[in-house]
Write a new protein. Structure first.
Length: 293
């Protein structure tokens, strides 16, 4: 398990992290989300040992993460760290060699990842000649080439076209399926919702909601239904609030303890019911709720 435990960090007067904790189990994909300036990059830098926390610690498999441990992590920093003048295959191969692979194995692993990430046609080009999206794919190849135990990625999907997103997403799912914890930050909440087993929402350096999307949706939350039926039937039902009405479609929220069958009965009494669907809040809805000022 990768454990981020009670991290605190100040930059002068700015409190960037205020006791932030979360953990990621092996084989799990963890989405780390929050508004600009919430503390995501600071957290990731601390996990990777680039920045020291004022207090708190990071543990991997129960031991405090140190320089040696971090060498076994794969990462994509926010400031993409490739050498612009170096050729793509040379660069990724070189990084694998730095991690102890023989030159031959390093180049083979590099070529394999470039192929997997759809950039093998650019293997002989200089990094600076690639589009930003393709540079990002190379950056992920660089993060994966030494077969890391853990992946920590700062906004790996930003700036990618939908095909690039799919390619990276498949690669990351493969890593999680191989039993590694994968943590990534993103502002693309639909993507996080689709990909992640668990999500942490950070606000002002603190985790304000964490768990599976289902956990975040929560049992105590009022239930909502979308109902398509004729007439103004939902207006005066006890325990029912109409949230939205568009033509014959009503989104109704039920007070705690109100049976949804009552809602259905009332709709059917008014006329034929063409739709009756529970409405689940999206991660974007949940995010807006917990980070709202
Ligand atoms: N080197 C620094 N010096 C001073 N303040 C900093 C520094 N780095 C970050 N901060 C501040 O710390 C807070 C957290 O920043 P951080 O970069 O971790 O946020 P973030 O969640 O990654 O944001 P974004 O989504 O915009 O990338 C912000 O208030 C930021 O201005």
């Amino acid at each position: 398990m990768l454990e981020i435990d009670s991290l605190r960090k100040r930059y002068g007067d700015v409190v960037a992290l205020d006791g932030l904790s979360f953990s990621v189990e092996p084989g799990r994909m963890y989405g780390f989300v929050g508004r600009n300036g919430a503390g995501k990059t600071t957290t990731m830098r601390i996990v990777l040992g680039v920045l020291a926390p004022d207090s708190g610690e990071v543990r991997w498999r129960g031991s405090r993460v140190d320089r040696d441990t971090v060498r076994r992590f794969g990462y994509m920093p926010e400031e993409r760290g490739l050498y612009p003048k170096m050729r793509v295959l040379d660069q990724v191969g070189y990084l694998a060699e730095l991690h102890g692979a023989s030159r031959r194995d390093a180049r083979a692993a590099a070529a394999r990842w470039l192929e997997e990430l759809g950039v093998s046609a650019r293997a002989g080009d200089r990094v600076e000649e690639l589009s930003l999206g393709n540079q990002q794919r190379v950056q992920l190849a660089a993060a994966l080439v030494h077969d890391p135990e853990v992946l920590v990625l700062d906004e790996p999907f930003s700036g990618l076209d939908p095909v690039g997103v799919d390619v990276l997403a498949e690669a990351l799912k493969g890593q999680a399926a191989a039993g590694k914890p994968v943590v990534f930050s993103s502002h693309q909440l639909d993507l996080v919702e689709r990909m992640c087993d668990a999500v942490g929402i950070v606000r002002d350096g603190r985790m304000v909601a964490a768990g599976t999307i289902e956990d975040l949706r929560g049992d105590g939350r009022p239930r909502r239904y979308r109902v398509e039926a004729t007439g103004g039937w939902a207006a005066d039902l006890a325990g029912v609030t109409v949230i939205e009405r568009r033509g014959d479609v009503v989104v109704a929220e039920l007070a705690h303890g109100v049976d949804e069958q009552l809602l259905l009965d009332a709709a059917r009494a008014a006329g034929p019911v063409r739709e009756f669907t529970p409405v689940k809040p999206s991660l974007t809805d949940l995010f807006r709720e917990v980070v709202a000022e």
